[in-house]
Ligand binder design. Structure first.
Ligand SMILES: NC(=O)c1ccc[n+]([C@@H]2O[C@H](COP(=O)([O-])OP(=O)(O)OC[C@H]3O[C@@H](n4cnc5c(N)ncnc54)[C@H](O)[C@@H]3O)[C@@H](O)[C@H]2O)c1
Length: 257
């Protein structure tokens, strides 16, 4: 029960890895607000996890400022406080990798990058009021790697929307950790490797997942459960003096110096 007494917001917890973080946080004694843009996903996740502890679904679009403010207000009305914000929501399952337009690049940044900032902006006054807290951002090891089968003929610059937006999350982590530390707020970042979620089954061919597993030091394929220990570490007092850090959880593929 390492999160007993804490209230955690987990964005994008309607399915996949976010739902798994929410379940683990409940198991560790936290009360949890599941936030998702998709009401169907969010409501069924909250119903599924209701036996594990006190959980509520709040619908919000993390890329819309007013929605993020309403969301945090509803969480505080329901639970009375916020201690942990896990910025997990991102466009991944619904990502259209074929769309290389500027307009789509901006949409992806609005969700994957600026969404984490908007949620942080809405939650920080409440964390300050609590005398501190933990913000956990979610990047991707995809941010560290250039992976694309570029054509040999030049056909125009790509948008790099997904990995670039996830690299932006690392920048947000550093900057906000530096600024918010004086109020006892820690900001860290998890960069998962390819993890077998609904989204990955849709987006990544099986042979590619097998190739990444073969490349990994530990020869292990990640499941969402494999990421939750790191989230609990960052959310709990076990990491009381850890801030501004980015941790790759990928069975040993990307090893930043
Ligand atoms: N699965 C992987 O291999 C992997 C690897 C590295 C990083 N990640 C990151 O981990 C996170 C979760 O991954 P997943 O596999 O569970 O993805 P997913 O696409 O299944 O889940 C993302 C959730 O976010 C929600 N969401 C999307 N846009 C939103 C918005 N504007 N406002 C609120 N909610 C929104 C979706 O409805 C969905 O429930 C994502 O940020 C993803 O980029 C995943």
């Amino acid at each position: 029960m390492r999160l007993e007494g804490k209230v955690a917001i987990v964005t994008g917890a309607g399915q996949g890895i976010g739902k798994t973080y929410a379940r683990r946080f409940l198991d560790e004694g936290a009360r949890v607000a599941i936030v998702d843009i998709d009401a169907g996903r969010g409501e069924s996740a909250a119903a599924e996890l209701a036996d594990s502890g006190e959980v509520a679904f709040v619908q919000a679009d993390i890329s819309a400022e007013e929605s993020t403010e309403n969301c945090v207000r509803q969480v505080v009305e329901r639970f009375g406080q916020v201690d942990v914000l896990l910025n997990n929501a991102g466009i991944y399952y619904d990502m259209d990798y074929g769309d290389q337009s500027y307009e789509y690049l901006r949409q992806v940044f609005d969700i994957n990058c600026y969404g984490a900032w908007l949620m942080s902006k809405a939650a920080t006054p409440h964390l300050v009021e609590r005398g501190g807290g933990s913000i956990i951002n979610v990047s991707s090891t995809g941010a560290y790697l250039y992976v694309k089968n570029s054509p040999t003929e030049f056909s125009g610059i790509s948008s790099y929307a997904y990995p670039w937006s996830k690299w932006g999350v690392v920048g947000l982590t550093k900057m906000s950790a530096g600024e918010l530390g004086r109020w006892g707020i820690r900001v860290n970042c998890i960069a998962p490797g390819v993890t077998v979620s609904e989204a990955t089954r849709k987006q990544v061919p099986e042979d590619r997942i097998a190739a990444i597993t073969a490349m990994s030091a530990l020869k292990r394929t990640l499941t969402p459960e494999d990421l939750t220990g790191t989230a609990v570490f960052f959310a709990s007092e076990d990491s009381a003096l850890v801030t501004g850090q980015m941790l790759c959880v990928d069975a040993g593929v990307v090893m930043p110096g």
